[in-house]
Design a protein around this ligand. Structure first.
Ligand code: APR
Ligand code: ZN
Length: 369
């Protein structure tokens, strides 16, 4: 048992409180992580703002990195002292999807219970009442106990902030391009929404050798950042004129992109992604919407033109394989992940970070412990 400090929300839609908490020792199959860095992702904001209803109280955060400080029974002791990135979908390794190598679809991950491997919380308040840990890794705290399958060792030389981003935004965006969509050299790509996830799609498109990469956002600063990462064209979106955005995407790609990535999670921009496609084009839905939302598209040209829509969860990541690959690409200078970070903050500045994210004013903000 040890004292930690964590960012807690009582339930979805409530503001964050910074609290002194108790953390259990790691149980069988678990590891204790001293957190070094945690990214602030729009999915945290969905929970904070009540777009997604989640049980509380819960320690926030699902993008993080740290150092293994202790291991539970059955976990290799060599892990102690290793720098790791945290996987927010710790695979059970037993379900049908894990067995067939599609861990991003694991149906029995402890992450869905927001607790330890045995389904009970590892964190409590000083009065002994239990506190959940978001997706079993609750990274917005000074330390956490997580399933060992959530802790992925990093190669030497990877800064903790970079490792944290590999844990969600980078894997989600880069993986959507190189793993889910399998973009090939010479393909054309549009990316709608240039937050941490969309900018990672742009980096993935560069890595894949895309010929044209069209960045689309309402923020000119985001368009400039995307251009500096390798986007070849910019479309300044006006939400009041969705048809003009679609026309601009089509013009920039000579008739429509082979792949249109939607990295916002709004019905309007999902429809724009589909409407921008040429015959044979694919819309890749990466952004997560509020619960219950629907998007629409005109059916006849969709079928007649052999178009496709695919959903991409976690960039089809197999963390143990893909996290180190993205880290090596960063070290080799081919995935400039650090360029996404536009603010470093303390844990107690989290509400301010949410305000900036809500306003669309942030690329990636990271908490440094
Ligand atoms: N047209 C174009 N761009 C838009 C529009 C619009 N109508 N509305 C918002 N944007 C831009 C914002 O300006 C911002 O740059 O979309 C971007 C969204 O970025 P973030 O809020 O930083 O979100 P991010 O963390 O990248 O996550 C994106 O992926 O995993 C999911 O839950 C996550 O749904 C979220 C999405
Ligand atoms: Zn995330």
């Amino acid at each position: 048992m040890r004292e930690i400090t964590g960012a807690v929300i009582e339930s979805s839609g409530m503001p964050v409180t910074i609290e002194a908490l108790q953390l259990d020792d790691p149980g069988p199959g678990e590891v204790l992580i001293r957190m070094a860095s945690a990214g602030v992702c729009h999915s945290d904001l969905h929970v904070r703002d009540g777009d997604w209803v989640r049980q509380g109280p819960v320690v926030m955060g699902h993008e993080g990195a740290g150092v293994v400080e202790a291991v539970g029974v059955g976990v290799d002791g060599d892990l102690v002292g290793r720098a790791v990135a945290l996987n927010w979908l710790a695979p059970c390794l037993r379900c049908r999807e894990c067995q067939r190598g599609r861990q991003w679809l694991c149906q029995d991950s402890p992450a869905y219970r927001h607790a330890g491997l045995d389904g009970t919380p590892r964190v409590s308040r000083p009065d002994g009442s239990p506190v959940l840990s978001y997706l079993s890794i609750g990274t917005m705290s000074t330390a956490q106990v997580v399933p060992a399958t959530a802790a992925v060792p990093m190669p030497d030389g990877v800064p903790p902030e970079v490792a944290a981003l590999i844990g969600c935004g980078v894997s989600t965006g880069v993986g959507a391009v190189v793993k889910t969509a399998e973009v090939r050299p010479g393909d054309t790509v549009a990316v709608i929404g240039l937050g941490g996830v969309g900018l990672s799609c742009v980096m993935g498109a560069v890595l894949a050798g895309a010929r044209r990469i069209v960045g689309v956002d309402v923020s000119r600063a985001k368009l400039d950042l995307a251009a500096s990462l390798g986007a070849t064209h910019s479309v300044h979106a006006d939400p009041d004129r969705p048809d003009a955005t679609v026309e601009a995407i089509r013009a920039a790609t000579g008739g429509g992109p082979d792949f249109a990535f939607e990295a916002i999670g709004s019905p309007a921009t999902i429809s724009q992604a589909v409407a921008s496609l040429p015959p044979g084009g694919t819309a890749v839905l990466v952004g997560l919407t509020k619960f219950g939302q629907r998007a629409s598209f005109e059916a006849f040209p969709f079928v007649d033109g052999g178009r496709r829509i695919i959903g991409s969860n976690y960039g089809s990541a197999v963390a143990a394989i893909d996290f180190p690959r993205y880290a090596e690409a960063y070290l080799a200078g081919r995935l400039p992940i650090d360029r996404l970070i536009d603010r470093r903050l303390r844990l107690d500045e989290l509400e301010d970070a949410f305000d900036r994210l809500r306003a669309g004013a942030a690329a990636r903000q990271v908490i440094v412990f």
